[in-house]
Design a protein around this ligand. Structure first.
Ligand code: HDE
Length: 679
């Protein structure tokens, strides 16, 4: 467990009920908690039963409204360390003092689904970080996709209404594959770029630990001389950015709706702390207009090849929450929670968010005192003249609760910038009051095409398949056609394949996509980091395995950071030919190949027909999902029976040493897309 200022603060609120006597909320010990107070053993319950009333009333009020978006989330504590001072750009304390370890709380989420929905749905993921700095809380409330569907916050309610389950029948849950979402897209073409991301592998991440995070908007950094730079924030996962395949994602939704939280929880419990580096892209004020897009437009990214990402620090998530409701559910993020040295740009999406987040907390957390909840409290003191409201905890002493005053010597008093007081960047603004989209925001397709151009063949295949799936679920043929016509602007071939798949009219001969040939290799997951570290292997094995070989192979894999989980037909212990023992973690009934990154087939002699059938099914499915598969000893036969032995990413060997090395490399490669599979 980390030991930082936030943890110390939370300590004061932690309560361990174990081993204690049961009391009411008034502290009264109770002698009975199973039976309500009745008039006679078979008589009616009495109103005077204060214990029953208190217990039931509290229960009746246990739920709070779920978040209107990002309802399904999971969070962890950690800390942020800075590599070198960024005083050139900002006066923010936590970005200039390298000796500080800033406590953080990070919540990951899906966007569309309700609180109990599955985690491996096709969706953007929220990536919200609360930095508990000495200058107050700074919230970086981002997503795992660097652009957004819309350019102006006033459209957000429309977008969300279109995306959420349709109101007449509340279907489908946590999915964009339905008429209203695609109708919105076709009629709000600024969505093109983000839709490309949402149809890509980015929208089905393998793990919260293997996702990038993006602040999306352009923000400002302001240094102590008052100079400002435009900035975009990135989180780069140390394990690289990786995804599952769509068929696997859907099966995971059924087999383990908690797949992502389980992965994060287990990693932290096992001491495999997820790490992300903070990256900054910086543009000088004078270069604001030097790009072929408007840097205020949230549907645009800054290609990393043009504006490099500087890695400035590292965040480590090292502690699971004690209580999901108290922490994860009650945490209140807000892009407007800033510290000196960080400021906003005029991005109209960001500007609207600055209103929405406090507003939503007022209803969700039931009043204006949510900042007093333990998870939301800053680690520095806070003082002002705000008073009262539902659930107020602070006992403000004294007579004075107004400014300006003489009775308390005009305190609490504003702090000058030198004393750490926040000053808004003095940007010059002038113009007519208009409700308009800026001319500079009107190109919706160039970056959508840049993204497409940057994809590998496998990634392009996945995008085409995702579009075909989503539109295949749309009932209205006019909506389908509008989407085909719209994405002809991005790529004619994509639109042609899509039209073919969904029975729409393909683009006409004269139709052409936008003329953009540039690509940005950083956008492809083929160019991410690869490692076998924390990858899971389902080891299918039975009694009488070759003890010496297996222990050699497993030792090697474990040294590479691979996690082995043993699968057999029954739980309990298995015996090797040398008397060694191995514990079975799962049976064929309690697990499924989709739950593992790879399969290692060992088998054993004289297996039942059912064992052979189940093992082959596991292997076949893992193969279809392009996963690495290893086989030694009796396990080789299963691959041969299915004619899989000569495929990419399938490692078979009689030499334990060579096998272990080659298999570890195959695991690190994540997926083997060159496999000959007809999707
Ligand atoms: Fe949010 N968003 N959002 N959003 N958002 C919320 O706040 C909103 C947007 C994001 O883990 C809500 O506390 C508007 C972009 C995350 O608790 C709400 C607009 C990005 C989370 C809200 C946007 C985000 C939220 C719902 C358009 C990526 C989860 C509950 C202007 C940069 C935070 C809540 C958590 C949550 C409003 C667009 C990310 C209603 C009006 C762009 C990660 O206030």
């Amino acid at each position: 467990m980390s030991n930082n200022k936030k943890d110390e603060q939370l300590d004061a609120y932690r309560t361990d009920d174990q081993g204690k006597k049961l009391t009411t909320n008034q502290g009264l010990k109770m002698a009975e908690d199973e039976f309500s107070l009745k008039a006679g053993e078979r008589g009616p319950t009495l109103l005077e039963d204060f214990h029953f009333r208190e217990k039931m009333t509290h229960f009746d009020h246990e739920r709070i409204p779920e978040r209107i978006v990002h309802a399904r989330g999971f969070a962890a504590h950690g800390e942020f360390e800075l590599y070198e001072s960024l005083e050139k750009y900002t006066k923010a304390d936590f970005l200039t003092d390298t000796s500080k370890k800033t406590p953080v709380f990070v919540r990951f989420s899906t966007v569309a689904g309700s609180k109990g929905s599955s985690e491996t749905v096709r969706d953007a993921r929220g990536f919200s970080t609360k930095f508990y700095t000495e200058q107050g809380n700074y919230d970086l409330v981002g997503n795992n996709i660097p652009v957004f569907f819309i350019q102006d916050a006033i459209k957000f309610p429309d977008l969300v209404h279109a995306l959420k389950p349709e109101p007449h029948n509340e279907m489908p849950q946590a999915a964009s594959a339905h008429d209203t979402f695609w109708d919105f897209v076709a009629n709000n073409q600024e969505a093109a770029h983000m839709v490309m991301w949402a149809m890509s592998d980015r929208a089905i991440p393998r793990s919260f630990r293997m996702m990038e995070g993006f602040g999306v908007h352009t923000f400002r950094l302001v240094n102590s001389q008052g100079q400002s730079h435009f900035v975009k924030f990135h989180w780069k996962p140390k394990l690289g950015t990786h995804s599952v395949v769509w068929d696997e994602a859907q099966k995971l939704s059924g087999k383990d709706a908690d797949f992502h939280r389980g992965d994060l929880w287990e990693s932290i419990e096992n001491g495999e702390y997820p790490e992300y580096e903070l990256g900054l892209q910086i543009i000088r004020e004078e270069d604001e207009h030097s790009f072929d897009f408007d840097i205020l437009d949230p549907t645009k990214l800054w290609p990393e090849e043009d504006v490099p990402v500087q890695l400035v620090g590292k965040m480590t998530l090292n502690r699971n929450v004690d209580n999901v409701f108290a922490e994860t559910e009650q945490v209140a993020f807000h892009p407007g929670h800033v510290v000196p040295g960080i400021d906003f740009s005029n991005d109209p999406l960001l500007q609207g968010r600055l209103f929405s987040y406090t507003d939503t907390q007022l209803i969700r957390l039931g009043g204006p005192n949510f900042h007093e909840l333990p998870i939301n409290r800053p680690v520095c003191p806070f003082h002002n003249n705000q008073r009262d409201g539902y659930g107020r905890q602070t006992i403000n002493v004294g007579q004075v609760s107004y400014h300006k005053n003489s009775l308390a010597s005009n305190t609490p008093s504003p702090a000058s910038p030198e004393e750490g007081g926040y000053e808004h960047y003095q940007e010059k603004v002038e113009g007519y009051k208009v409700r308009k989209r800026s001319e500079s925001f009107k190109d919706h397709f160039s970056q959508a095409r840049l993204f497409w151009n940057s994809m590998s063949e496998a990634e392009k295949g996945h995008i085409t398949e995702a579009f075909s799936f989503e539109l295949g679920k749309v009932g209205d043929s006019s909506v389908k056609q509008q989407v085909v016509d719209m994405f002809t602007n991005v790529d004619k071939e994509l639109a042609t394949s899509l039209a073919d798949a969904i029975g729409a009219t393909p683009p006409s001969e004269g139709a052409q996509h936008v003329n953009v040939s540039k690509s940005s290799p950083a956008l492809s997951q083929e160019n991410t980091k690869f490692s076998a570290h924390t990858r899971t292997v389902g080891l299918i094995i039975s009694n009488n395995f070759n003890g010496k070989d297996i222990s050699h192979i497993l030792d090697h894999l474990r040294n590479e950071g691979v996690i082995i989980e043993v699968i057999s037909d029954k739980q309990g212990k298995l015996q090797g030919d040398d008397g060694s023992e191995i514990n079975v973690d799962h049976t064929f009934l309690t697990s499924e190949s989709v739950l593992f990154d790879s399969i290692y087939a060992v088998g054993g002699p004289n297996l039942s027909k059912k064992f052979n059938h189940d093992a082959k099914y596991f292997i076949q499915e893992a193969f279809q999902h392009f996963k690495p598969i290893g086989a030694t000893h009796d396990g080789k036969q299963w691959l041969e029976d299915n004619s899989l032995q000569n495929s990419p990413g399938v490692v078979i060997s009689d030499d334990p040493d060579a096998f272990a090395k080659e298999f570890a490399n195959a695991i690190a490669a994540h997926r083997h897309w060159s496999r000959d599979i007809v999707l």
